[in-house]
Design a protein around this ligand. Structure first.
Ligand SMILES: [Zn+2]
Length: 384
């Protein structure tokens, strides 16, 4: 539903991603060279370098995935050979081993990911959380955090936290180095300030769009990951894949350049009876249903897979409330309210009651978009 946005230059992002694996890259490449020789005849184009698979665009991953699945269905290989191939590939592309590092990579703000709500359903918040939700930056944290926060976020004893408080009682930290150079960290190899970032938590799953169980080669590929909620990933999608053909997969993956759910699907409210007013909707909400209208019917597959129709109908009061507001606060009514509130006030105060501001106060359209609130598309489509 929401396209994954890559907000930094792809070359920089890819280089940062590959850096995660740098200590292991030679070993991976050696193993890949051997297994690649064996499986290469089954593929039209299989990269010779592991790193090219890790940062391949989604469109380059789909043929690898489809050809691997076909290879596993061929009679030319025995079951034992297939088992052996899979095992060797799982050793190279072992997601379980790398999972914590990958999550941290997605949470690191330097990598530019905007993770707010689930990319598949837009119904659950999936943000990362750490010290930065409460403090503006690391220095703000180090200079202002109370004892409890210092112990919790830095994983230290109260007596060590007290040393930080005593230090800043004399003068505030002006740089992070000043903090990292404190005597109490002398025995530690890593910078203590790094611990703050590593201690971050998240409540998102990294879904493999192309199932890693069906094709281990793409288990560590950056553009095969979509941050999603647990319901979408673990309860609904599980190991299923979003489409079956190459074109379909590319169209339906939120990480693909072809993905355009927004312009191909409209969320709308359909009255079940001839009632045309949503006034007092709370007492007759079952007179309405939410429907997803697709101009490109392929998108219906993701709507069905993530059960968006049922899940959105559970929240239909959100849409009905907006429709009701739309009915009662027409442009003409907003103009009248604005005139009334601006009447006789100073120009500074009058600015607070422009028609545009009153519209925003009632419908919260810009607020919702700016702060990435859940059900953003529903709101946008209803208010169109
Ligand atoms: Zn979801």
């Amino acid at each position: 539903m929401i396209k994954v946005k890559y907000n930094i230059d792809k070359k920089t992002l890819n280089a940062a991603y590959l850096k995660l694996f740098k200590n292991d890259s030679q070993e991976k490449q050696k193993k890949w060279k051997n297994i690649r020789k064996q499986i290469n005849p089954y593929f039209t184009s299989l990269p010779s370098k592991v790193k090219d698979i890790m940062v391949a665009d989604f469109k380059k991953l789909t043929p690898i995935y489809l050809e691997y699945v076909a290879m596993m269905n061929t009679n030319k290989l025995t079951d034992l050979q297939k088992k052996d191939i899979k095992q060797k590939l799982e050793e190279i592309f072992n997601y379980t081993v790398w999972q914590p590092k990958l999550s941290s990579f997605f949470m690191n703000s330097q990598n530019g990911f905007q993770i707010h709500t689930c990319h598949y359903c837009d119904m659950a918040y999936v943000n990362a959380y750490g010290f930065w939700v409460i403090y503006s930056d690391m220095l703000d944290f180090i200079n202002n955090a109370p004892l409890e926060d210092l112990t919790r976020f830095l994983d230290i004893e109260q007596s060590t936290a007290q040393k930080i408080i005593d230090y800043r009682g004399r003068h505030l930290f002006s740089t992070l180095d000043e903090f990292d150079n404190m005597k109490c960290w002398k025995s530690q190899k890593k910078k203590k300030s790094d611990h703050l970032l590593n201690n971050a938590k998240n409540h998102f799953d990294l879904d493999h769009i192309l199932d890693k169980g069906s094709c281990p080669i793409i288990a560590l590929s950056l553009y095969n990951f979509t941050p999603s909620c647990q319901v979408c990933n673990e309860k609904l999608k599980r190991s299923q894949t979003i489409g079956s053909t190459d074109a379909e997969l590319c169209k339906l993956s939120p990480t693909s350049s072809d993905y355009d759910f927004d312009n191909n699907v409209t969320i709308t409210v359909i009255p079940k009876k001839s009632t045309c007013s949503t006034f007092g909707f709370e007492s007759h909400k079952n007179d309405y249903g939410i429907e997803f209208k697709c101009t490109d019917t392929d998108y219906q597959k993701t709507i069905d897979l993530f059960r968006l129709r049922e899940r959105y109908n559970y929240h239909k009061v959100e849409a009905l409330r907006l429709l009701d507001l739309k009915e009662r606060y027409s442009d003409a009514n907003i103009r009248s309210i604005s005139r009334l509130l601006q009447n006789g006030t100073q120009s500074v105060i009058a600015l607070q009651y422009t028609e545009q501001q009153i519209y925003e106060d009632i419908f919260g359209e810009d607020f919702s978009e700016k702060h990435c609130r859940c059900l953003g598309k529903l709101r946008k489509d209803i208010l169109k």
